[in-house]
Design a protein around this ligand. Structure first.
Ligand SMILES: [Zn+2]
Length: 351
């Protein structure tokens, strides 16, 4: 069997995974996943690991591809976790495959990259996403795209991609979720990300400067703190961003890391009182005109998702028709055992 040490494509997978993982506009925290198929084995990112760490740590786990594909197509629920198909003697660290392993399996190309790129997310959050994408991607040489309206990540999504993708599909846009590209080599897949990102790009709206002193005063004595990335403040300092964010949740990792939607601090209210009143205090609290506060109990990765929200909402026009996750869709994410596992890893290494 090909091993990770003698195949230059593995080196490319690790290098580009780390580059994608370190770019907050492309991947946030433990989100996003990448894979490489070799000799009937799917090497896929392990659940809860960070693409950004792809060069420092072993983040890939080997899964036997033929039985996994059989299970996906036979509606065998073991395909969901894919743990039964892990190549045990190639998994000394006991890693668990990504919740999106089945998505990587159904695409035939050797290299598959899945990211939550903010340019894509801003387009696929729209109710008219398919038309928006067609207007920007149709006619681009070498790009065969398909669009899959929101379904729960993991096995349901893999089945949907398998059903709707025409032969040769190499770009899949996921409604209220993100982007998948697939190619024969990792470098070719990365080029697809760059081309699609450029075609979907919109300049981010300007936002006023945050009121750091005002936020610090509000946070004092409360379980809230300032975000580690100041770019997160734009959600609350740009009224258009705030109007969008306050309406609900646009994509899964927001609810996984920050909870449902974005709480907005009312005039005259105090963050300490908001936390005291709530059974589950909001992890992200927007203070209109001033900036955002993050709850100290947030999972590792919550700050990256707070930044992502500012980036995504800043690239959506004020009058865009949007589709938010329904209450049922949010519920199935927070009660899904695969996500509970991923959150437990984030909690265990909480910064
Ligand atoms: Zn995803």
């Amino acid at each position: 069997m090909t091993t990770q040490t003698n195949d230059p494509e593995f080196a490319a997978l690790r290098r580009f995974s780390a580059l994608l993982g370190r770019d907050p506009l492309r991947t946030q925290a433990a989100g996003g996943n990448t894979s490489l198929k070799r000799d009937g084995v799917l090497w896929v990112k392990a659940s809860g690991t960070w693409l950004a760490e792809a060069e420092e740590r072993d983040i890939f786990v080997a899964v036997s591809l033929p039985p996994l594909l059989d299970a996906i197509r036979a509606n065998d629920e073991r395909a969901a976790k894919a743990t039964d198909f892990v190549v045990a003697d190639a998994n000394p660290l006991g890693l668990r495959p990504s919740v999106e392993t089945s998505v990587h399996a159904v695409l035939p190309q050797a290299a598959v990259l899945h990211i939550h790129c903010v340019e894509t997310v801003a387009r696929v959050a729209r109710a008219d996403a398919r038309e928006e994408i067609a207007a920007r991607l149709d006619g681009l040489d070498g790009i065969v795209w398909s669009y899959v309206p929101y379904v729960k990540p993991g096995l349901p999504l893999a089945r949907e991609i398998d059903a709707v993708s025409k032969p040769g599909t190499n770009v899949v846009l996921l409604g209220n979720h993100g982007l998948i590209v697939a190619a024969d080599t990792v470098a070719a897949a990365v080029r697809l990300i760059e081309r699609v990102g450029a075609a979907l790009a919109e300049p981010a709206r300007q936002a006023s400067e945050p009121d750091i002193a005002g936020l610090e005063a509000l946070a004092a004595g409360s379980p809230y703190r300032l975000p580690t990335d100041p770019a997160a403040h734009a959600t609350a300092t740009d009224p258009a961003r705030l109007a969008i964010a306050a309406r609900g949740t646009l994509y899964p990792d927001h609810v996984v890391f920050l909870g449902s939607g974005t709480a907005v601090l009312a005039e005259g209210d105090a963050p300490a009182d908001v936390a005291a009143r709530a059974t589950l205090p909001p992890m992200l609290l927007a203070v209109p005109g001033k900036g955002v506060l993050i709850h100290r109990d947030v999972l590792r990765g919550g700050d990256a998702l707070a930044r992502a929200l500012a980036e995504v909402t800043g690239r959506i026009s004020v009058d865009a028709p949007l589709r938010f996750l329904t209450v049922e869709e949010e519920q199935e994410l927070v009660t899904w055992d695969a996500e509970i596992y991923r959150r437990s890893l984030a909690g265990a290494s909480k910064s």
